[in-house]
Write a protein that binds this ligand. Structure first.
Ligand code: CAA
Length: 389
């Protein structure tokens, strides 16, 4: 199986693909099951990924990044996620939800202070929008920031923060003017050593268990006004624009999980005998493989197309929401479809921790939920298409 079959890649793209694939298969795949079991954050491999330039792929070199294009980013997330979806999401959040937001909306000084260490992989970045009582309806958040001279005082509780337990810096979205609802949301860059920044309960998760997720509490947490990202009231649009990029990373992660599930099923169907034949000779198995392969190839085209749309937006400034939402919707449902079919093809072995497919099955589910559920993607797509609300 090749992931370049339908899409011609440049030499530069092939280079990053090979580098990511080799690293993923040699350094991540062998430890994935162990870190899934322990739920420990894989700091050592994440640091190595930083040294390889994987934590700020599209960020210009002058801000600590690798200065490559969006397709390079997507190819790398796909390969890393194929070995382990936890490493995939840690990488995706660092690159898109954190670095991209500061790159797009930060001042020169903010980029020097808050982007360079994270894009270079020396520090970890996170993004915090969700609250216990506001997930899909993110604009109904309750965490408040009140201006006090040259500072803002933050109070409230955020939840489901990917990399929250280990992040050195977090882009946090809070309400500065509740009367204005969405237009009263503002974003801040908060260093984790700020007094009043408290790491809360760690989430015990079904899948992506090596990716650390927690609650964040803000108790009279004073942030200098110079850490505000853009203007007061710009926060919601920043959150949405950054999620357009984040959703592309999750689509690439889902593609990687789908491929891993498929390859495992393909190999198993060639090896396992039943009723005097290889199980891949039975239509019940072979048709499942055909459906998996077809959906993976369709996902790949959507994901790479969204990468090209984002790349074009660097010069045209056009939104690429439709491209990323369609890619995320289809690729995440493909990941779930393929992981489900792979477990079924493996039979009892698919239910055993001795094979990786039960991990793929648990990891696949979150791609239909985080960074906008499949229902939210359908809402975004249909609104854009009909122009109706
Ligand atoms: N880019 C730029 N601006 C955008 C935008 C985008 N992609 N989407 C919307 N906007 C702008 C709109 O143009 C509009 O601006 P105007 O008021 O000037 O017209 C404004 O934002 C409000 O837009 P909507 O009216 O469409 O907003 P809405 O209230 O109807 O909400 C929604 C839309 C799609 C439901 C949105 O709230 C949403 O995407 N919800 C899901 C949130 C989500 O994905 N959460 C996951 C958080 S991250 C995570 O999972 C954790 C992690 O660490 C990985």
């Amino acid at each position: 199986m090749s992931n370049t079959a339908l899409f011609p890649l440049s030499d530069e793209h092939k280079m990053i693909l090979d580098a990511a694939r080799n690293f993923a298969q040699n350094e991540i795949a062998p430890i994935a099951a162990e870190f899934d079991e322990s739920g420990e954050f894989p700091r050592e491999t994440i640091m190595k990924m930083g040294e390889m330039g994987f934590m700020g792929i599209e960020v210009p070199e002058k801000y600590g990044g690798a200065e490559m294009d969006t397709l390079s980013y997507v190819l790398a997330v796909e390969e890393i996620s194929k070995a382990d979806a936890s490493h995939g999401v840690i990488m995706s959040v660092n690159n898109s939800l954190y670095c991209h937001g500061i790159l797009m909306f930060g001042t020169e000084e903010q980029k020097q202070t808050f982007l360079v260490p994270v894009a270079s992989g020396a520090s970890v970045g996170a993004y915090s929008l969700t609250e216990p009582m506001s997930g899909s309806d993110s604009a109904s958040m309750r965490t408040r920031a009140i201006r006090d001279g040259d500072e803002y005082i933050l109070n409230g509780r955020k939840s489901w923060v990917t990399s929250g337990p280990v992040a050195d810096f977090v882009v946090v979205f809070v309400m500065t003017d509740p009367d204005k609802k969405q237009k009263g949301i503002t974003s801040f860059i908060v260093p984790s050593d700020t007094p009043g920044f408290i790491r809360g309960k760690k989430e015990p998760k079904l899948g992506i268990r090596a990716s650390a997720t927690n609650e964040l509490l803000f108790e009279d947490c004073r942030i200098p006004a110079e850490n505000r990202l853009s203007n007061e009231g710009d926060g919601f649009k920043i959150a949405m624009a950054v999620l357009d990029v984040g959703r592309l990373g999750i689509a690439a992660q889902a593609l990687g999980i789908a491929e891993a599930s498929y390859e495992a099923a393909l190999n198993y169907s060639r090896e396992r005998d039943a009723f005097g034949k290889k199980i891949g000779q039975f239509q019940g198995v072979s048709f499942k493989l055909a459906d998996m392969k077809t959906r993976i190839e369709a996902s790949r085209l959507l994901v790479y197309n969204a990468a090209m749309a984002k790349e074009r937006s660097k010069t045209t400034n056009e939104r690429f929401t439709l491209a990323t939402s369609t890619a995320k919707l289809f690729a995440s449902e493909t990941a779930m479809f393929c992981a489900h079919a792979s477990v079924q093809i493996h039979g009892a072995m698919g239910y055993s921790k001795e094979y990786p497919v039960e991990r793929y099955f648990r990891d696949a589910k979150i791609t239909e939920i985080y960074e906008g559920t499949s229902e939210i993607q359908r809402l975004v797509i249909s609104r854009l298409e009909t122009g109706l609300r």
